[in-house]
Design a binder for this molecule. Structure first.
Ligand code: AMP
Length: 214
């Protein structure tokens, strides 16, 4: 199963990828996570990507596609993968088809309202050690802004402040319709509401897309 999770920032792509990975034992590839890791390790790619990421812009296609190409060559993807955060432009969607040769199986579009996106992202806090996401209101940690498992302080992603979130949404809206049309024409687009509770969304994807695979 070669599955793409597509939708605005804050639609729950990362959350769904983690839930589905647990159920279906497929590797989760997140271009945002890979890029944040490159920035953390101060690599060449990380230094080139940081400015774009901090201001909510897209990292140039050539850089991201090269990174995805390398990841796709790894041996652990024989049974498929869950890809979150790529493609974000039509040019990336075309590149992905070229890299995979036979293309993807399904692109799940998590359509989500702007109000929900802004509320989710501005309240999101992340464990600096294990990467678990929390939310100030929807899913607070048990005590003192510490991760329940690791007991280390939670932080706010630099691109989760309201101004940058609105910019990320604007960038998304400019690019998204092309990507949606691209997969709609291939008959591979599945629409699921990202406004629903994450367990509910996961149930719908499991039933409608993975079906009897479970
Ligand atoms: P995410 O964690 O998916 O929200 O991604 C965080 C940031 O990483 C985005 O706002 C972009 O700056 C960058 N990024 C992640 N994936 C891509 C991509 N496919 N193309 C361009 N930039 C990306």
């Amino acid at each position: 199963m070669k599955l793409i999770l597509f939708g605005p920032p804050g639609a729950g792509k990362g959350t769904q990828a983690k839930l589905l990975t647990k159920c279906f034992k497929l590797p989760h590839i997140s271009t945002g996570d890979i890029l944040r890791n490159e920035v953390k390790n101060n690599t060449d790619l990380g230094r080139q990507a940081k400015g774009f990421m901090d201001s909510g812009k897209l990292v140039p296609d050539t850089l991201v596609t090269e990174m995805v190409k390398k990841r796709m060559a790894a041996k652990d993807l024989e049974k498929g993968f869950i890809l979150d955060g790529y493609p974000r432009t039509v040019s990336q969607a075309r590149s992905l088809d070229e890299i995979l040769e036979t293309g993807i199986d399904t692109a799940v579009y998590l359509s989500t309202s702007e109000k929900v996106v802004v509320q989710r992202l501005t309240g999101r806090r992340v464990c600096s050690k294990c990467g678990t996401n929390y939310h100030l209101v929807n899913m607070p940690p048990k005590k003192d802004m510490l991760c329940d498992q690791c007991q280390v302080p939670l932080y706010q992603r630099p691109d989760d402040n309201e101004a940058t979130v609105r910019n990320r949404l604007k960038v998304y809206l400019e690019e998204s319709s092309g990507v949606l049309d691209y997969y709609r024409k291939q008959n591979k687009l599945e629409n699921v509401s990202g406004d629903l509770d994450s367990e509910e969304v996961c149930k719908i994807i499991s039933k409608n897309i993975f079906g009897s695979l479970k």
